[in-house]
Design a protein around this ligand. Structure first.
Ligand code: FE2
Length: 202
């Protein structure tokens, strides 16, 4: 565990702590949503990389300036950010794929759209809408296809008002272990949110 990794974990947990007032149109705060999603992953027996992806899957909402329902491209923004911090590619791809999974499921399951929250329905249109058949077939060929769908199922269930469970302190050692295993010295310097927005061309 390097000082830089420690700093990066501090930063991520601070971003999540600050999200205890952010709802983005949902029934729970972004912090509650992240904790519930990670808890559901653990309950399902997921490994630490999947638990990490579940906890951080919406981090893109917290590093960009979104509207009342958040940032439509938060999946890509979050994945790029986590990659820069030094998380492994499986975590990055799972985070990147959680919106693709929604687009896939709305294209292949007629009942799925109706079960989405109102905020999720609104962002779907901005995210490209349901996948075309060719996009769906390509997504099914993704080696992380099943895992992306599993993460999506926890994401949708992680909207339970009044839920109490483990707080961020439970996940800190997991984040530390994961960053420690995937450190990339040349790129692990934490980009400021401002410089990251510049990187995204915002
Ligand atoms: Fe989410």
């Amino acid at each position: 565990m390097t000082i830089m990794n420690n700093h990066n974990v501090d930063h991520l947990t601070t971003l999540l702590e600050e999200a205890q007032d952010e709802y983005f149109g949902e029934a729970v705060t972004q912090l509650e949503h992240a904790l519930q999603c990670a808890h559901l992953a653990r309950e399902a027996g997921a490994d630490e990389e999947m638990v990490t992806a579940a906890l951080l899957h919406d981090i893109g909402h917290l590093i960009a300036e979104g509207g009342e329902i958040g940032t439509p491209d938060h999946d890509r923004a979050g994945a790029a950010y986590l990659s820069q911090l030094g998380f492994g590619q499986r975590v990055v791809q799972l985070v990147s794929g959680h919106v693709e999974a929604k687009r896939y499921l709305t294209a292949t399951n007629p009942d799925y759209y109706d079960r989405l929250s109102e905020a999720s329905k609104q962002t779907l249109a901005q995210q490209g809408g349901p996948m075309s058949q060719a996009e769906a077939e390509a997504f099914e060929a993704d080696p992380l296809f099943v895992e992306k769908l599993r993460l999506r199922s926890w994401d949708e269930r992680a909207k339970m008002p009044g839920w109490t469970g483990d707080g961020l302190s439970y996940y800190r050692p997991i984040l530390e272990r994961h960053l420690g295993h995937n450190v990339r010295p040349e790129s692990s310097r934490l980009p400021s949110v401002i410089s990251f927005k510049r990187l995204l061309g915002r």
